[in-house]
Each structure stands twice: as C-alpha cells, then as structure tokens.
Design a protein around this ligand. Structure first.
Ligand code: ZN
Ligand code: ZN
Length: 205
C-alpha cells in the first residue's frame, strides 16, 4: 500500500530544528505506520507508547498523529529507545526498538565530542561549523539507512489502553489551582495537587 507520510521537512518545522534524534523518531513512526498499514489517523485510532522523552517524540506526534493532547501518546519514563504503536481498530501492535549494535557502530566519537562542546558552550566557531556539517550528514544517513538495520520491528500484543478519560477536577487546597481527580493527593486531610504534596515528578509521567 502506498502511504502518505509527512515529509521530514514538515517535522523539522514543527520541532524547530533538525537533529539526529528527530530523524530517528521519524524513521520509527514511518516504520510503525508501514508495519501496521495505516496512514496518519485523524482520530484516536492509533496509540503510541514511548519510553523516552527525547527529540524523536515530536516526529512521532507529527507523523503518527499520536499526541499528548489527544491522549493517544503514552509516556513511560523508562529511558528506553523503544516505541510501541497500537492500532485500536484492528488490535494489531508493533514494537520498534533501536538495535544497540547498529547505533554503536555508527556513532562517531568526533561528533559526540563536538556535541558535548557545543552544549557546554566551549565550542569554537570552527568546531560549531564542523558540528553542523557532521550532524547534518548523520541526519541524512539516518533518513536513508534501511529500517531493518536500525531497528527490530516486531508484532506484539499489548494491552489496549482505554480512550482518554475526562476526570472530575478539584481545587488544590494549597495553591488554589485546578487538579484532576486522578492526580490529586491528600495532605493533612485536604485535597492537594502533586507539586503542593511535595513530590518530584516530570509532570506527565
Ligand atoms: Zn531536536
Ligand atoms: Zn497545589
């Protein structure tokens, strides 16, 4: 089946810059849509379970139409480079995971060193230029490598998550802001939000 998949340029415009992480997310989303034989669905037909919150998530949201706002992108804070996509209509699901040996082989120590320098602000102008060149080349390669070399792509049977639910909301007794019942906590007998309860959280995990 010939599928309409958003071009990478649109994903770059959505994300704000081009980077290897975005290219990997793009390849993941494309591989999953192909494996499940779906185009970008406009409703909540497709669900993505992502196990890291790096740049690639933006490509997945844009290409697969699985977004945090629609509730069909589920973030599990496992720090794993794996993504599961479920087609609610057919019940089919695929898990795409990076092949560590492939990415180890492709990793360029020079680029890693430049990334570190650019991030810490130590890079000279020359090194910045070199970083952009190498990184652009890596992105082009990531868009071209055969998917089977980069990832293991296999059918799985995960539990189908329920559709996004609307929760009753409460007013936090400490900050006065609204909090969904599913996330509310009790402190000294009063309903409070998680930040006021004093827990550290990434906020949407
Ligand atoms: Zn990025
Ligand atoms: Zn509060």
């Amino acid at each position: 089946m010939e599928q309409k998949i958003a071009p990478f340029e649109e994903v770059v415009a959505f994300h704000g810059h081009t980077c290897p992480g975005l290219a990997i997310g793009y390849r993941v989303a494309r591989a999953a849509l192909q494996a499940l034989s779906v185009e970008r669905p406009d409703d909540e037909e497709l669900v993505a379970i992502v196990e890291n919150d790096a740049c690639g998530i933006d490509a997945i949201q844009y290409v697969a139409g699985t977004t945090v706002g629609k509730g069909n992108l589920i973030f599990c804070d496992y720090g794993k480079r794996a993504w599961t996509f479920i087609n609610r209509r057919t019940g089919h699901a695929v898990r795409v995971a990076e092949k560590p040996e492939f990415f180890e082989k492709k990793s360029d120590p020079l680029l890693s060193d430049l990334v570190r320098k650019v991030r810490s602000g130590e890079a000279t102008e020359e090194e910045q230029r070199e970083f952009f060149c190498l990184s652009e080349q890596y992105v082009r390669d990531l868009l071209a490598f055969p998917a089977e070399e980069m990832f293991t792509i296999r059918r799985v049977t995960p539990k189908i998550p329920e559709q996004a639910r609307i929760f009753r909301s409460f007013t936090c007794a400490v900050c006065g802001e609204s909090v969904a019942e599913s996330r509310a906590r009790v402190r000294d007998g009063k309903i409070v939000c998680i930040p006021c309860h004093g827990h550290y959280t990434r906020g949407w995990g």
